[in-house]
Design a protein. Structure first.
Length: 89
């Protein structure tokens, strides 16, 4: 079986942070996934940052406006959760 076929069969997860001028995509490790109280797949932000050698200060310096949790399988991407981060009270 070719590597491309194997790659398409594997579930992948990403956390995408979008700012006004930049977009950063961080890999989410499958072992860090949890099922939240609502029965939805989720991943703690601190796990994602740590696995990608980042800290919350790195994220704050980027000033993201949205965080998008995505499931990818082959060519298909599904948004599992989206959070608006630039909310002013």
């Amino acid at each position: 079986m070719s590597e491309q076929v194997l790659d398409e069969a594997v579930d992948k997860y990403e956390m995408i942070f979008e700012g006004s001028n930049e977009k950063r995509t961080l890999t989410v490790c499958p072992e860090d996934l949890i099922e939240n109280a609502d029965g939805q797949l989720d991943c703690p932000l601190d796990y994602v940052l740590r696995r990608n050698q980042l800290a919350i200060s790195d994220l704050n310096a980027f000033s993201p406006e949205r965080a998008i949790f995505v499931h990818k399988k082959g060519e298909t991407s599904t948004i599992l959760n989206e959070i608006v981060l630039n909310v002013n009270f």
